[in-house]
Design a protein around this ligand. Sequence first.
Ligand code: FAD
Length: 337
Amino acid sequence: MNGDIQNTIDSDVVVIGGGPAGIGAAIAASRKGLDVCLLESGDLVGGIMATCPGMPIGAAYPRGMSIGGILEEFLNRLYRKNPPAAEKRICRLAEFGPEVFYDHEIAIFTLFQILQEAGVKFLLNARALAPVVDNKHVTGVTYYDKSGQNMITAKFIVDCSGDGSIAAKAGVPFAKGDEAQGQMMAVSLTFFMANVEVDRIEEYDDPYFEKYAQKGISSGRLHQDLHKIYWFPGFHKNTIFFNAVHIKDVDGTNAVNVAEATMEARKRVRKLAAFFREEIRGFEKAHIETLGPSVGIRETRRFEGLYRLTGNDIFSGKKFSDGVVCCDNAVDIVCRG
Ligand SMILES: Cc1cc2nc3c(=O)[nH]c(=O)nc-3n(C[C@H](O)[C@H](O)[C@H](O)COP(=O)(O)OP(=O)(O)OC[C@H]3O[C@@H](n4cnc5c(N)ncnc54)[C@H](O)[C@@H]3O)c2cc1C
């Protein structure tokens, strides 16, 4: 295989995936004085923040308090911009905690800046392909970029790809989908509508527009899965963010499934926008803006760890002595099956 390798880089740490997890891991390792290389298969860092532009950031604020860390550093930078590029708001939907709304372009730019300042070397359009295994130890990873197939050797390989594709190939046991039917949560295509007269729609007391959605479904103008329309006023004036178009039964590790789901979701987004223009006061002159480049994938592989967190653990607020994550979000199972 080495005969096909164009370049080999050596690093202390290689982080696979430039989403929130990968950015956090790469910056933290770099600040410890390690030489860190981050591989991102897309054009942008941000992970789902890049795929679902403007997606509010939630769950980092148990009871409205920041839990600190790199996320807080990032958000503080956005709050301190002149004018501010982010704002924490009480969520208008009862089951969610406060969420942060932000300017997407400034947020992504700031993530790049933080990585650069921390000294992380990052490669874009560089997809990790497979672990390099030597005597049962993972000693590196192969990746593909426009120059062809390359290799990074490292002491530590951190898989933050969301899919765990490298860890899976290295033999880490995992499960996919629910135990009953192997179904995974739906994938979603998000978008904004701009030029909305937001003041004119605030008077609706139906938070998910369920009454209107029903009208759209029964008249054949909306897909039947759009019975509840999840929307928020966007960060910028006169914009509305929609996280409503969900496609079920998609295996997010299958490229054909993901491409087909994205095309189907684009059709449903256009129908939804047309319906809003026709039916909802305030949307008459609105248009689609900042459509995600592809569907956002919530769930693929779940690795078998030393302990499996259960629903009861969550409902009883169980604390673990080695816990690293704090979450105030509702149990949010989006259209499984
Ligand atoms: C539709 C949707 C709505 C959501 N809503 C919210 C919300 O309102 N609030 C909230 O806080 N959270 C929300 N989430 C959850 C949140 O987005 C995730 O928890 C978070 O993005 C997980 O971060 P991550 O870094 O683990 O993975 P991701 O954000 O998925 O990032 C993984 C990165 O790895 C890259 N990658 C994948 N494979 C490879 C490879 N082989 N080589 C190199 N790079 C690779 C990907 O391109 C991507 O950039 C939502 C998620 C989705 C999909």
